[in-house]
Design a protein around this ligand. Structure first.
Ligand SMILES: *Cc1c(COP(=O)(O)O)cnc(C)c1O
Length: 399
């Protein structure tokens, strides 16, 4: 038995999305840039997928650029907007401390180019406010980038209100909507965003494909040098099967959004209630203003990676939500941004549900996490010191 609860990392492809891709491997396989009829059939399919995706976002097809995924869309959005600002003498960017690394690392690259970056603090509930954005605006601010839904703790930011603040100030606004797409309503006009990134593999589509919405009139610079594909905005032969798969996945998840959100929210609440019974544990992020399928906890006296591995032994595929890159066990920058102390941030567990999960899955996860946490604590010297009173608990009581 295996229970997959790591849907924020990636999702299983939907059969409809897989079916939608197949003809574009061996039937409509032309290069959309070719002038012959095989190429033109491919170009028509590309235009069709672009129109369908644009319809889901409430924008014009010309405002959609296909990319290799969310990371490339984020990179391209930030570099384009920043360089546009620099040409007008504006070198200041506002973002948040809990963005995805695709945003944070692009901002670091921009700092090396001379930009100054203000990273807003995140409130303990995992939210940033329009007031914070407003207060950070400067006359030389050219860009604000705030993610729609956080990939670790699932909190949903007030993007429409932040968009209004930016528009009133005449500052470009980008949102990384990779985790929000398919789960939350997205209409670029209502959200007042100028740039929006999405990725297919987080919504049951294929990996390695995404899209960037850029409002008409905003020039995008290609981050890849080569041909004139995507109206000179993104070089490289279009990944037609993946793009058609993305269009199908997006349509399917949007068509079922409300019904899936309702069932996912019920499962999420059951999971949160169950895990809240574990002593010295805390839910990360606002309980209500979070993605329907996201549950993120910290357990005191626990090492997240051990918890993950023991859960994996029991068939449960979860995530610690921490960036443990190449052996270094740095705690998650997202949990630190919430103000969690290092010891607490180390004991994190992220469980992200999909519509395929059942109540039985949730109950099995609650049982397994409860038992594994108790076991790890029983063999932990840190826990012995806490319970003997030698050191003090940080999480005083069960939440
Ligand atoms: C997964 C993810 C990305 C990166 O998308 P890829 O398609 O994997 O490059 C960017 N932002 C967020 C919030 C994500 O969850």
């Amino acid at each position: 038995m295996s229970i997959y609860v790591d849907n924020a990392a990636t999702t299983k492809m939907s059969p409809a999305a897989m079916q939608a891709m197949l003809p574009y491997f061996d039937q409509i396989y032309g290069n959309p840039s070719s002038l012959h009829s095989e190429g033109q059939r491919a170009a028509e399919a590309l235009a069709g997928a672009r129109a369908r995706i644009a319809a889901r976002l409430g924008c014009q097809p010309r405002e959609i650029t296909f990319t290799s995924g969310g990371s490339e869309a984020d990179t391209q959005a930030l570099l384009s907007a920043a360089h546009l600002g620099a040409r007008k003498g504006k070198w200041h960017i506002i973002s948040t401390a809990f963005e995805h690394h695709a945003v944070l690392h692009t901002l670091e690259a921009l700092e090396r180019q001379g930009f100054s970056v203000t990273l807003l603090d995140v409130h303990e509930n995992g939210l940033v406010t329009p007031e914070q954005v407003k207060a950070a605006l400067r006359p030389d601010t050219c860009l604000v980038s705030v993610m729609y839904a956080n990939n670790e703790i699932g909190t949903v930011q007030p993007i429409g209100e932040i968009g209004r603040v930016c528009r009133e100030a005449g500052v470009l606004f980008h949102t990384d909507a990779v985790q929000a797409v398919g789960h939350l309503p997205i209409h670029v006009g209502e959200l007042q965003v100028d740039l929006l990134s999405l990725s297919a593999h987080k919504v049951h589509g294929p990996k390695g494909v995404g899209a960037l919405y850029a409002r008409k009139g905003i020039p995008l610079e290609s981050v890849i040098y080569g041909g004139a594909q995507e109206r000179d905005r993104r070089a490289g032969t279009e990944n037609l099967p993946a793009i058609l798969g993305m269009a199908a996945a997006l349509e399917e998840s949007c068509a079922h959004m409300e019904e899936r959100a309702r069932t996912l929210t019920l499962l999420r609440e059951r999971l949160i209630d169950g895990l809240s019974q574990i002593p010295h544990a805390v839910l990360n992020g606002d309980r209500a203003r979070r993605l329907p399928g996201n549950v993120s906890f910290c357990f005191e006296g626990i090492e997240g990676e051990s918890l993950l591995l023991l859960l994996d032994d029991r068939g449960i595929r979860a995530s610690s939500g921490s960036a443990c890159t190449s052996g270094s066990l740095d705690p998650s920058h997202v949990l630190l941004a919430l103000g969690r102390p290092h010891e607490i941030a180390h004991g994190s567990l992220r469980l992200t549900l999909s519509h395929e999960n059942t109540q039985e899955d949730v109950d099995a996860v609650i049982r397994a996490v409860t038992e594994v946490v108790a076991y790890l604590r029983s063999i932990s010297p840190v826990w012995r010191d806490l319970t003997s009173g030698k050191t003090e608990f940080i999480l005083k009581e069960a939440v």
